[in-house]
Design a protein around this ligand. Structure first.
Ligand code: UD1
Length: 474
């Protein structure tokens, strides 16, 4: 139905499955043009205090794109996505889907996934271990094939990140789930072909568990109700996508989602929602550099908590059009307290970059990270840049300082890397940000977009960086 576009970004090859894998059919395997972490020896050079101006285009949401890609497994046809961000994580999810038999074609922001003929129910460990979101394939595979074998994704630098709520939800839908040798083996019990609708209460409104269960329930027999569901915009985007394939879902965006299962889903075209975290990061970039910049497309309602906190510290935010906002800086900012919470609370994914702004506010701020147990690793790096932050457990106490000074710093996770870039934009002199494989996972061309706004930022090879920093410091 959809024309297969040229695919400049990806290399394709054909792999024969081993005997263990059934059935024996060729599948496309898929690898990206992004550099792997091992190859990633580039660093960012940022010369701070350069004012920004102009407009920036916000990309499609990483966290939507990844789960929509997994959701395409529900459809025995072609799903064509537009506004797909260019990210290492998207490439990796494409590789995982290709390993399951999905035909993956990407051309710029258009991604076409043809899951007509799935050839495999087992996701490969090497790929899953690099991308936690790959666990999203469990629900769709189980619903579509009656079996899913997905390695436990394991923890990551921000915390343990268990999947018990995903597993309990799938069990409630009638799946037998065994976890052995690091592998989640799930299958539909007895002679039934479909999962069974159920009433599921989530102990915590986990985004991933809500999404996995919702996807599985679209093809179940009967009605599923998810109570205490996550209300994040990406959950709503997933529900809208599933609806565009013929799923019957109501209540997404509230804490009670009702899904009436259907026997099958059909082909669709779908546009990924704008990335609220990227948008928030640019609002912070404008605020910290005291620059007026505008952004679109955005959904202002997705940014309510971040905008409220910006206003509380003295930053103006104007909504110029339904999909366009502008940050209006002030001469100085006040400290404020932040607690990360499930949506519509303040997003944990903006905690680190917001902290960078608060380091330069007048007075103290208390930041409580309630979602992930190890998500304050950027503190030590911000302190290397002259910030005054102390950590007690999951709380960071930020005492505002008059200035930050550029320094070599190491990104420890995705949002920490954005925090260091934001800090570097406002610091005196040169900041060198290392560990860019984190940034490339989740920000679509951040430095090019910032350069477009006038920032003095460039990516250089690490050895070149060493020579340059000697020149600058000396
Ligand atoms: C998603 C986002 C991530 C964001 C997070 C919270 C994607 C790809 N990632 O992650 O960027 O920071 O939401 O907004 O969409 N938990 C359990 N058991 C489970 C599942 C979760 O205890 O089975 C806990 C987690 O350890 C964590 C909390 O619940 O402490 C929130 O996690 P969750 O909402 O599931 O986040 P993710 O879906 O992993």
């Amino acid at each position: 139905m959809f024309p297969v576009e040229s695919k400049p970004n990806f290399k394709f090859s054909v792999k024969m499955l081993t005997q263990e894998d059934t059935p024996i059919t060729p599948v496309s395997s898929f690898s990206s043009s992004h550099s792997s972490p091992e190859e990633g020896h580039s660093v960012l050079h940022i010369v701070g205090k350069t004012p920004l101006q102009g407009h920036v285009t916000v990309s499609g949401a990483k966290n939507s794109a990844l789960v929509l890609m997994a959701g395409s497994l529900l459809c025995s046809g072609v799903c064509r996505f537009s506004n797909v961000p260019s990210l290492v994580d998207v490439d990796r999810m494409g590789e995982i889907l290709a390993a399951l038999g999905v035909k993956v074609t990407k051309d710029g922001k258009i991604l076409q996934l043809d899951a007509s003929h799935l050839t495999e129910s087992k996701a490969p460990y090497e790929l899953v271990s690099q991308l936690r979101a790959s666990f999203f394939v469990t629900g769709p595979l189980l619903a579509r094939l009656g079996v899913a074998r997905v390695p436990l994704p394991g923890g990551c630098s921000i915390g343990d990140r268990p999947v018990d709520l995903h597993v309990k939800g799938l069990q409630a839908l009638g799946a037998e789930v065994q976890i052995e040798h690091g592998m989640v083996n799930a299958y539909i019990k007895g002679s039934r072909k479909r999962l069974q609708g159920a009433r599921i209460y989530l102990d915590f409104p986990s985004v991933g568990a809500t999404e996995n269960i919702m996807m599985a329930a679209t093809l179940a027999e009967g009605e599923t109700i998810i109570e205490n569901a996550a209300q994040e915009p990406e959950v709503v985007d997933l529900a809208n996508f599933c609806r565009s394939m013929g799923a019957k879902i109501q209540g997404a965006g509230t804490n009670r989602i009702v899904i009436e299962g259907v026997p099958e889903l059909h082909e669709t075209e779908y546009m990924v929602v704008p990335d609220r975290i990227e948008a928030g990061t640019f609002l912070l970039a404008g605020a910290i550099t005291k620059s007026e910049i505008s952004l679109s497309p955005v959904v202002p309602d997705h940014l309510t908590a971040a905008i409220a906190k910006l206003k509380e510290i003295g930053v103006g935010v104007a909504i110029d059009a339904p999909d366009r906002i502008r940050v209006i800086p002030a001469y100085e900012y006040r400290g404020a307290d932040i607690e990360t919470l499930p949506f519509p609370g303040f997003p944990t994914d903006l905690q680190a970059p917001f902290m960078s702004l608060l380091t330069l506010a007048d007075g103290d701020s208390v930041i409580s990270e309630t979602l992930f147990e190890n998500r304050l690793q950027h503190v030590a790096e911000l302190n290397r840049m002259g910030a005054d932050i102390r950590v007690k457990g999951n709380i960071a106490i930020v005492r505002g300082v008059p200035k930050l000074t550029g320094a070599p710093v190491m990104a420890t996770d995705l949002r920490a890397s954005a925090a260091l870039v934001i800090a570097g934009l406002a610091a005196d002199g040169l900041t060198v940000v290392k560990g860019l494989h984190h940034l490339d996972r989740g920000y679509d061309n951040l430095e090019a977009k910032l350069r477009g706004l006038g920032a003095n930022i460039k990516r250089v090879q690490e050895d070149e960086a060493a020579i340059e920093s000697v020149t600058v410091v000396g």
